[in-house]
Ligand binder design. Structure first.
Ligand SMILES: O=C([O-])[C@@H](O)[C@@H](O)[C@H](O)[C@@H](O)C(=O)[O-]
Ligand SMILES: [Mg+2]
Length: 418
């Protein structure tokens, strides 16, 4: 089945002022939506980053795909690598590790691979999970992804979550999210407040939600000694500690002294990073993310590799919409070695580009959608509105650091600050 046209639509959707080690989320999150229009009227959907530097790369590749067989994934990967010709996409926030040619190819390929698999599934009348080998689980568990946050954006726009800067407010946010979605495990985005305050936040969550596995992710905001101290203070409380400190060497020093496994989506972000990290004993859990790990099939390869080395696998997320959530659910449902509930930013968005109904949370889990392919349908009006928002919002890249300076003029990112 040949690809006849590739349509790329950058979109933007409202995002609350969520805090992290690099600053604060801007009023809109940016994404790209791809439609692979194929023979017989079949259309495959994909979703990924919306930064201009990423759009520049996918815009180079898109015209090269027309006339290609949508079932030829190795050919698709070769076309991506050849067309990019060594280009590097640098997502300046740095929250998902370094940049490289291989990570850029993996990221661009992933967007088109998901769309190709969606098209294949629609053509065959089978869900993507079946193309990945079939279901090992019917539904996929997600964690409540909590953020410290401001009560309003720089222009005064508020949201229903309110300000969250204290343990009490964190517990309130967790309760709102758990009441609505039923999550049974909790992740806290840290690297925002003094580590002692964040430790107290975790302890308050542990008290309020007994039996809910907990994690904290300071995105490398802590030094090695601070990480070791906080790990000791949260002994028996955390299921894993995510990216407390920068780099494989630093993580290895913490891992040697911490009782809980360390997880990462910062120091292991490509297959090339696995050997040095595993050799150093730096990580006990790798956070997969098909958007930069080379798509759904490479995510499965990552899982197998982790299993062989006795390393756990969880799933990282960034602000995203329903096409990405569907892809995350399909790959998670087809991947046996997935040892923790996945992350998702889903509760933070209010609109979507897909028609409602296919993706529902129950007990913190999402069942694999029924339909062929990814099982989600594009809502053309919603897509048009989100594209209008993209054109109107004036943002062209994610820049939490500069936006943070509206609130704290002297702000510098918090890498190994504490
Ligand atoms: O949305 C955020 O601010 C997160 O900090 C995100 O960008 C990270 O990449 C991510 O969720 C993580 O686990 O590090
Ligand atoms: Mg992380």
């Amino acid at each position: 089945m040949k690809i006849v046209e590739v349509v790329l639509t950058p979109v933007a959707f409202r995002d609350p002022p969520l805090l992290n080690a690099m600053g604060v989320h801007e009023p809109y999150a940016l994404r790209s939506v791809v439609e692979l229009r194929c023979e017989d009227g079949v259309v495959g959907l994909g979703e990924s980053y919306g930064d201009l530097a990423f759009l520049d790369q996918i815009r180079k590749v898109a015209p090269e795909l027309t006339g290609r067989d949508v079932f030829d994934l190795p050919g698709l990967r070769r076309t991506v690598a050849r067309t990019l010709g060594g280009a590097v996409f640098a997502d300046e926030h740095g929250l998902t590790g370094g940049f490289s040619v291989s990570k850029t190819v993996a990221s661009v390929y992933a967007l088109f691979e998901v769309a190709a698999l969606d098209a294949q599934g629609r053509r065959l009348g089978r869900p993507v999970v079946d193309l990945l080998g079939g279901r090992v689980r019917e539904e996929v568990d997600f964690s409540a992804y909590l953020f410290y946050k401001y009560g309003a954006h720089a222009d005064g726009t508020q949201d229903h979550w309110g300000e969250v800067l204290t343990p009490e407010a964190l517990v309130r946010q967790a309760r709102q999210m758990i009441d609505r979605y039923g999550f049974t495990s909790i992740k806290l985005k840290g690297g925002v407040l003094d580590p002692d305050q964040e430790r107290d936040g975790v302890l308050a969550l542990a008290d309020a939600f007994p039996g809910h596995p907990l994690r904290i992710d300071p995105n490398a905001a802590w030094t090695v000694p601070t990480s070791i101290r906080v790990a000791r203070e949260l002994d028996g409380v955390l299921e894993y500690l995510e990216d407390p400190t920068p780099g494989i060497d630093g993580m290895a020093q913490v891992a040697a002294r911490a009782s809980m496994p360390l997880a990462t989506n910062m120091c292991v972000v490509r297959f090339e990073d696995l050997a040095p990290a595993f050799r150093a004993g730096a990580v006990g859990v790798v956070l997969s993310d098909h958007h930069f790990w080379g798509g759904l099939r490479d995510t499965q390869a990552l899982s197998k590799t982790c299993e062989a080395f006795g390393v756990g696998l969880s799933m990282h997320s960034n602000s995203h919409l329903g096409i990405s959530l569907a892809a995350m659910v399909h790959v998670a449902a087809a991947t046996e070695h997935l040892t923790y509930a996945c992350d998702t930013h889903w509760p933070w968005r209010e609109v979507d580009v897909v028609a409602p109904g296919a993706l529902e949370f129950e007990g913190g889990a999402v069942a694999v959608p029924d339909g062929p392919g990814l099982g989600v349908e594009l809502d053309p009006d919603a897509l048009a509105r989100a594209h209008e928002d993209y054109l109107r919002c004036g943002q062209t890249k994610r820049d939490d650091v500069t936006y943070m300076r509206n609130f704290v003029p002297s702000f510098q990112p918090h890498t190994a600050r504490w």
